[in-house]
Ligand binder design. Structure first.
Ligand code: SAM
Length: 293
């Protein structure tokens, strides 16, 4: 019955070092049975249909090898959309929703999402800001395929242009550029959970000795190509309400990196640099504005 299946699975997952064994067992059983989690808990004596019991056993076996739940069930919620995810792409994290929230505040006419992965930021913005033209890039062809499939499934393919590389051919004319680029340092890597180091794409995460190699290169590129960030036309963050921000770049960073990235942005010629905190109180987003043009 449900109760026994859940407790046996949770015990096995706990023994394997899984962080939240009870929750994961419930999520996997809900997936295998097609029942809501609430129903599993409300009716612990329900008999499991044998095909569901087999599916559950198979998914628990995968989880015991520390494969993330999102890859096993094949999807992850982000803002209001659900993204298909597999090991070609990073599993979108809740703190990345900060970049989407910033876009909703600034209401750009054209947004560039650099390193789009599953398409999380680009697709969430496109779905919540119907007037916004979105371009998204990634250096990983496999990630771009995954993003394209998500765009089609969410019926947003017309609104989101996917481009291979870092910056589009013509990187000018974007009011807002957002990027959640790799920022994990080599020193941190061995201390991360196996769900990350053994399953998620390394090139989506690792960025050299201090974790800033990719962001440094990106900021250099921005300077070289005249940034792709539209000239500042209004002080966007004052929110004058006319929906014309102009010239903002926002980067997600790792814990402890914000001040250094703020310095790199200033060196790259951006001004009015500020940071935003995530729910854990970590400086998670660094925002700069193009003031020269
Ligand atoms: C941390 S993941 C973020 C994925 C997605 N934006 C999200 O927030 O869930 C970083 C992504 O950037 C891509 N990437 C790495 N280096 C890049 C570069 N130099 N230019 C563009 N994309 C890059 C990786 O392939 C990966 O998909």
């Amino acid at each position: 019955v449900t109760r026994e299946a859940l407790s046996a699975a949770a015990d096995a997952l706990r023994a394997a070092g899984v962080e939240d064994p009870q929750l994961d067992a419930e999520l996997l059983l809900a997936e295998a049975t097609g029942w809501e989690r609430a129903r599993l808990l409300a009716d612990p004596d329900a008999e499991l249909p044998p095909p569901a019991a087999r599916r559950f056993a198979e998914t628990v076996r995968r989880r015991l090898r520390r494969e993330p739940v999102a890859y096993i069930i094949g999807r992850r919620g982000f803002r209001r959309i659900e993204l298909a995810v597999d090991p070609r792409v990073l599993i979108p994290r809740p703190e990345t929703e900060l970049l989407v929230e910033l876009a909703l505040e600034l209401r750009p006419r054209r947004l560039l999402d650099v390193g789009t992965g599953s398409g999380a930021i680009a697709l969430a913005v496109a779905s919540e800001l119907p007037g916004c033209e979105v371009v998204a890039t990634d250096t990983s062809p496999a990630a771009l395929e995954a993003a394209r499939a998500n765009a089609e499934r969410l019926d947003l393919a017309e609104r989101v242009e996917l481009v291979a590389g870092t910056l589009p051919v013509d990187p000018t004319g974007f009011d807002l550029v957002v990027a959640n680029l790799p920022y994990v340092s080599e020193a941190e890597w061995p201390g991360l959970q196996p769900e990350v180091t053994e399953w998620e794409p390394r090139e989506a995460l690792l960025a050299g000795p201090d974790g800033l190699d990719v962001i440094r290169d990106f900021l250099n590129d921005c300077v070289r190509t005249l940034s792709g960030i539209a000239p500042q036309t209004a002080n966007a963050l004052d929110g004058d309400g006319d929906g014309a921000p102009g010239g903002v770049l926002a980067l997600e960073v790792g814990a402890g990196q914000a001040q250094e990235v703020a310095g790199l942005m200033l060196e790259a010629g951006l001004g009015a640099v500020e940071t935003r905190l995530d729910l854990a109180g970590i400086e998670r987003v660094v925002i700069g504005r193009r003031e020269d043009a």
